[in-house]
Design a protein around this ligand. Structure first.
Ligand code: PLP
Length: 407
């Protein structure tokens, strides 16, 4: 008799976006003439630059000719794109071989799948609050135990609050896999080199592995802040980097990302190169390569002119972030993030819970955001606003908050 994976029943997070949609719908039913401003979603809104569109067209046109048609590509990605990414890293002072770079269909699948090459009894540490995929995929894999009183029993929550500038102290006890997301979703804060160095030193000492999600790295404007974990000494021995064209180049719908699994990376029971080979085995078994059209688009992004064009769109979102921050600060709210990341993280006023503030913001200012508690227990009492959106909507949303939110 077939049985299902009962770990799925332990999942909690679906609740967040379902509940947001439910409350928004209920509000609209009683206020049908109201225009709602959605600042809750982490999806790109701006059209792609021409140079990138041309790259995607090239990918399509190649499919139309005998000479240039390609079917399945390498599961690891096209060598031209892996070389272009290695060159891109080299320009940032990071030396990687193409064999260490695996092209994928995005950072979400990679950050979800990476745990599968590690032991089922690995102890997992996550930043709290954080992008829920790291937690949920380990729930499904059976590593977290039951959900009791708002927490998974066996998961190590590394709290990130304003008291520690939203970067955790080192975990206590035995930890095998450590997920770090920087720039962070949802807090919008970026780990400094020194902060990352403490985790790299810890991981090397304890033979732990850091899974570093750099999906928002291109939003870092401050040159002193690291865009890659491999800017940190010793990181190649203990870290995997997962990244994406989604937020950098507006590829959320196109789908293209990559992961770096260094040859030097080792676990307690592996030799040099073995983890890289394991991921290669996983990908060749379960993935048939990213779309050849998307990969042509990725190549166009990596050209000098492509990078310049994408930077302009990032600047647009960062101006949105500034407008949100500035408006909220003028109201006297306590605001974090939004300077090197597209998310603004605010402390809910007057001790309101995240959901109480959600209801208030919706009812008074017609703005939908994301309750911080949906990203982990230490997100309670915080709230996330997203800088992805059309300028006119962002401006109107902030004006509406300034005019109508009662503080
Ligand atoms: N990683 C983080 C931290 C994210 O916030 C997101 C999307 O919101 C992703 C990864 C997903 O990236 P992709 O579109 O490349 O799958």
């Amino acid at each position: 008799m077939a049985k299902i994976n009962n770990n799925y029943h332990k999942l909690q997070n679906n609740y967040l976006f379902r509940e947001i949609a439910k409350r928004t719908k209920a509000f609209l039913e009683t206020h049908p003439d109201v225009k709602i401003y959605k600042l809750g979603i982490g999806d790109t809104t701006e059209p792609l630059p021409k140079i990138v569109i041309d790259g995607l067209h090239r990918g399509v046109e190649k499919l139309a000719e005998d000479k240039t048609y390609t079917g399945y590509g390498d599961e690891q990605g096209n060598s031209s794109l892996r070389e272009a990414l290695a060159e891109w890293y080299k320009n940032q002072g990071i030396s990687l071989s193409t064999q260490e770079i695996f092209i994928s269909d995005g950072a979400k699948p990679d950050s979800a799948n990476i745990q599968s090459i590690f032991s089922p009894d690995s102890a997992i540490a996550v930043q709290d609050p954080v992008y829920p995929v790291y937690v949920d995929t380990n729930v499904i894999a059976g590593r977290t135990g039951k959900f009791v009183n708002g927490r998974y029993r066996k998961l190590i929550y590394m709290s990130c609050t304003k008291e520690n500038n939203f970067f955790p102290t080192l975990p206590e006890g035995n930890v095998d896999l450590i997920y770090i997301c920087s720039p962070n979703n949802p807090t919008g804060t970026v780990a400094t080199k020194r902060q990352l160095q403490t985790f790299v030193d810890y991981a090397r000492e304890h033979k732990a592995i850091i899974i570093f999600d750099a999906a928002y790295s291109m939003f870092i404007e401050d040159k002193k802040l690291p865009r890659s974990i491999f800017e940190i000494e010793g990181a190649k021995e203990c870290a995997i980097e997962i990244s994406s064209f989604s937020k950098w180049a507006g590829f959320t719908g196109v789908r293209l990302g990559w992961s770096v699994i260094p040859m030097d990376l080792v676990a307690e029971d592996t030799r040099r190169g073995e983890i890289n080979a394991l991921w290669n085995r996983r990908q060749t078994t379960m993935f048939n390569g990213a779309s050849n059209i998307a990969q042509e688009g990725g190549l166009a992004v990596l050209r000098t002119q492509g990078q310049k064009a994408c930077q302009k769109i990032i600047d647009y979102y960062m101006k949105n972030a500034w407008i949100i921050r500035d408006g909220l600060e003028r109201l006297g709210l306590e605001v974090f993030g939004g300077e090197n990341a597209p998310y603004i993280w605010l402390k809910t006023p007057n001790g309101l819970t995240s959901w109480e503030f959600f209801d208030k913001l919706l009812a008074e200012a017609y703005v939908v955001g994301t309750p911080g508690s949906g990203f982990g227990p230490h997100g309670e009492g915080y709230f996330r606003l997203s800088a992805f959106g059309r300028r006119e909507d962002i401006t109107k949303a902030i004006k509406s908050i300034e005019k109508s939110l009662e503080l």
